[in-house]
Design a protein around this ligand. Structure first.
Ligand SMILES: C[S@@+](CC[C@H](N)C(=O)[O-])C[C@H]1O[C@@H](n2cnc3c(N)ncnc32)[C@H](O)[C@@H]1O
Length: 321
């Protein structure tokens, strides 16, 4: 019997070690997939979550995938020997903060489910030249979208002492963020800070506690700033309520408390506005979202053992009323 296209198992086309998806089954359960529905994977990466979603979609289903990193394109599912690429998939090489605009462009104004697995992929982290990891020496880049102008080196060069202080404090919870900011400003006047090693040398005297942990927090702050990760997340969440069909689902995986707080509060309120204020007609805002996960879902023992990245992952799900 001729196999229907949607019944064909998508080959694992993504490169080995690009990224291992976290909370995979939990995301599928959360999305509650209708086989003929339209789904969005906002963070395609290695395509692990997308591949699993596709396996639950029939020939009428559609999957629109976003990734601002061109590298992700090579993980798009290709057809098995001789078959064309999977026609149910549309790749949007853009920031997910433009969700609604690109859904309109692809004639998918309303969708059944949206997934966002935030942060960087293992590939981005392990690729020395991308500048995300303290394990290597490379240019201080940290851009997920290489078309973007501002790199981490630009932030360290151009931010004022106060801006640096606030960034390290808010995005990295770095204990001595004020001293760190002051040191950077003093050191950059003596010599440029363009690479990871130049940065480590410039600030080595003020490193507190375990250097691994300290630099991990400092790098997290820089990465969040360079990619405006929290701004993009807020814009994405705001648009979900306009593009979801009734009963449609949003599932978001976060990896640190700043992101999780934003998602939790938005899911609870359905807006970032002050909900205690009535509109000009005296109407109170009503949350169009219903929280499905009262508590965030975290990885089970087995996954925690197999994938260290899953340790800090938290999944929250809502449904459109
Ligand atoms: C954690 S990985 C996703 C992994 C994916 N779920 C998988 O199974 O392989 C996050 C991906 O989302 C992308 N990304 C992060 N923030 C983004 C944004 N604001 N817009 C578009 N892509 C983004 C990153 O470039 C990265 O490839």
């Amino acid at each position: 019997m001729k196999q229907k296209k949607a019944d064909i198992l998508i080959p694992n086309s993504h490169l080995p070690n690009y990224h291992t998806p976290v909370l995979l089954q939990e995301c599928l359960d959360g999305l509650n997939i209708s086989p003929g529905g339209i789904y969005v994977d906002c963070t395609f990466g290695g395509g692990g979550h997308s591949k699993a979603i596709l396996q639950h979609l029939n020939a009428n289903g559609k999957l629109i995938v976003f990734d601002q990193d061109e590298d992700a394109r090579k993980n798009l599912p290709t057809g098995q020997a001789g078959l064309p690429d999977d026609e149910r998939v549309i790749f949007v090489p853009q920031n997910f903060r433009h969700l609604q605009r690109f859904l309109r462009l692809h004639k998918a104004e309303k969708v059944d489910g949206i997934l966002a697995d935030l942060g960087v992929s293992s590939h981005q982290f392990d690729e020395a030249a991308r500048g995300f990891s303290i394990r290597f020496d490379a240019a201080l880049d940290m851009r997920m979208d290489q078309r973007q102008a501002i790199t981490a080196a630009d932030v360290l060069k151009n931010f004022s002492e106060t801006q640096l202080h606030k960034m390290f404090e808010q995005y990295g919870e770095v204990t001595n963020s004020k001293t760190l900011a002051k040191t950077i400003v003093l050191q950059r006047a003596l010599a440029p800070i363009r690479t990871i090693n130049e940065f480590k040398n410039a600030v080595h005297a003020v490193v507190k506690g375990n250097p691994q942990k300290y630099f991990a927090q400092v790098f997290q702050a820089l990465r969040i700033e360079v990619n405006d990760e929290l701004g993009a997340l807020k814009e994405l969440l705001q648009q979900t309520v306009s593009v979801l069909k009734p009963g449609g689902r949003v599932a978001v995986i976060t990896f640190h408390s700043l992101e999780d707080r934003i998602v939790k509060n938005f899911f609870r309120d359905g807006t970032f506005e002050d909900t205690a204020i009535d509109d000009v007609y005296g109407h109170r805002f009503e949350n169009p979202l219903k929280v499905i996960t009262k508590k965030p879902i975290t990885a089970v023992e087995k996954e925690l053992k197999e994938n260290t990245r899953s340790r800090s992952a938290k999944l929250r799900v809502v449904a459109m009323k």
